[in-house]
Design a protein around this ligand. Structure first.
Ligand code: NAP
Ligand code: MG
Length: 480
């Protein structure tokens, strides 16, 4: 317990004007779904937020039909310059309604308001601004002289960055002239539905973006719909595999952004204070619900004890609790199901012989919570070193030489991201070159920018989002 206590600093919910029920957003309007509606709750207290419609196969068919008409009649005919204007307008409206979106996101997802306010929502606006700028410059993107859109994009996204993943999917698709049917995750539909209101405010032509809520079967209906030209998925490797099977043998283009088990490599010459902050940001940002999280710390043996000691001291200062409190560092785990998975893998970690340490924080009575946890004495063969935990759990391994660090870092079925901490620029370049990971951060971690491509190797999926590369996934014949 620290000697300086913080007073509660809750962000006001008054900025939110929630409806008790939300329908499906199809052809520019909300309508009821023919599936069985479901509730979205706040994972911090398990309280009901709103009732959400569920899209049946017939509803998905209506959404795809609306997207097809909009593609044929308006969106693919419009000049890039005019499409860009709509994207700029959406970006500005996101900024105008930023506080409301941040509160909704933290309420529905459980992430700390300081993250939704300072990271998620600003990046959402940045993504729309960035791709707005591309809309009239596609001829100059190096993707062919007169690149053409694919048609209707079917997109399925996860719950960890609900609105940001929506922006990653929608912004490049629209900039390239495609229309969209998108499904947010079952536990976090709220910000997407507020975004639908923003599309109405922006006067986006009906059918250009359709937002259908529901569970896995709604996602599967989008993926297998014969009139969908492109499938973009972010989520687990297991579901990604099913989607790849379902798309195989069709003309659909596919991009998959799946899981990760990133190595964050700390060399003995690293600036240790910065590295500690980077390790914390790498795995405890967003409760570790981050596909590119630095979940495997590889630390050079000579500095292992110092790093682990300092890390424990730092973790003891993190504040876990109400996601809407502006001082909260660690929010709620998104769902009971995810909490169970984190608990199970942590139990296995102990069973396999790793040493567990958890920060001593007060866990609220209701809701889903997991204290920041470190495992030391972890062997490369342990489940906690191989499986994605997707929670606030760090596995610490050691190495002696750079070659061993590289070998251990690459010893994973995934290949999404990695981090390197060292004082030597030459070492950064040499090591980064040999890491089989889509993104490598040096002396920083979890940095995102719309101009920078993001994506994985191996079981982390294929295709790139962000930057010029991100456009290629939505244009005919284009390879970035
Ligand atoms: P998930 O079960 O794969 O869900 C992702 C999305 O797919 C959700 O909208 C889900 O709907 C939907 N879905 C489920 N079954 C489907 C099916 N058969 N066909 C089509 N869609 C289906 O993953 P999750 O458990 O929500 O998310 C955690 C995982 O996502 C982690 O493993 C993480 O690594 C990965 N992830 C990867 C990235 C990346 O960029 N590479 C980013 C974020 C998360 P419901 O929500 O209704 O089930
Ligand atoms: Mg929720």
């Amino acid at each position: 317990m620290s000697f300086l206590e913080y007073a509660p600093a809750p962000e006001s919910r008054a900025v939110l004007s929630l409806k008790p029920e939300y329908g499906l957003f199809i052809d520019g309007d909300f309508r009821s779904g023919s599936g069985e509606s479901f509730a979205t709750i706040s994972p911090a207290d398990e309280k009901h937020i709103a009732t959400i419609a569920s899209a049946s196969d017939a509803d998905v068919d209506a959404a795809v039909g609306a997207a097809r008409r909009a593609f044929d009649k308006t969106w693919s005919k419009m000049s890039g310059r005019d499409r860009g204007k709509y994207l700029f307008r959406i970006a500005r409206l996101v900024q105008e309604r930023a506080r409301e979106l941040a509160v909704a996101e933290s309420l529905d997802n459980g992430k700390p308001i300081k993250e939704s306010r300072d990271v998620d929502v600003p990046l959402v606006a940045a993504w729309f601004f960035y791709y707005a700028g591309w809309a009239d410059k596609l001829d100059y993107a190096g993707l062919g002289a007169d690149p053409k859109p694919l048609g209707v994009a079917g997109q399925v996204i996860p719950w960890n960055f609900p609105l940001l993943m929506l922006a990653w999917k929608i912004a490049p698709a629209l900039a390239a002239g495609n229309t969209v049917v998108i499904k947010p995750a079952e536990t976090t539909p709220l910000s997407a539905l507020i975004f639908a209101e923003i599309l109405q405010q922006a006067d986006l032509p009906p059918g250009v973006v359709n937002i259908v809520t529901g569970a896995g079967p709604t996602g599967a209906a989008i993926v297998r719909h014969p009139d969908v030209d492109k499938v973009a998925f972010t989520g687990s490797t297991g579901v990604g595999r099913e989607i790849a099977k379902s798309v195989a043998g069709t003309d659909k283009k596919l991009t998959l952004e799946l899981g990760g088990k990133a190595a964050n490599i700390v060399f003995e010459d690293a600036p240790i204070d910065q590295a500690i902050e980077g390790i914390v940001n790498g795995i405890f940002f967003n409760q570790g619900h981050v596909c590119c999280a630095g979940s495997r710390l590889l630390v050079q043996e000579s500095v292992h004890d110092e790093v682990v000691d300092r890390l424990k001291t730092r973790l003891s200062t993190l504040r876990l609790g109400d996601p809407l409190d502006k001082n909260t560092d660690i929010g709620a785990i998104n769902s009971r199901e995810q909490l169970e998975r984190i608990r199970e893998l942590s139990r296995i970690g102990e069973e396999e012989g790793a040493e567990r340490w958890s920060a001593d924080c007060v866990i609220p009575d209701n809701g889903f919570w997991f204290a920041p946890t470190i495992f030391t004495n972890v062997q490369a063969s342990h489940r906690i070193a191989r499986d994605e935990i997707f929670g606030p759990v760090l596995s610490v391994l050691t190495f002696r030489t750079p070659a061993e660090a590289i070998e251990k870092a690459n010893n994973t079925p995934y290949g999404l991201s990695a981090g390197i901490w060292t004082d030597k620029g030459s070492r950064i370049l040499a090591v980064a070159d040999r890491l089989r990971a889509g993104v490598v951060w040096a002396n920083t971690f979890n940095r995102f920018d719309p101009s920078s491509p993001f994506g994985g190797y191996k079981e982390s999926g294929y295709g790139r989002e962000g930057g010029r590369h991100g456009l290629a996934a939505y244009l005919k014949g284009a390879r970035a």
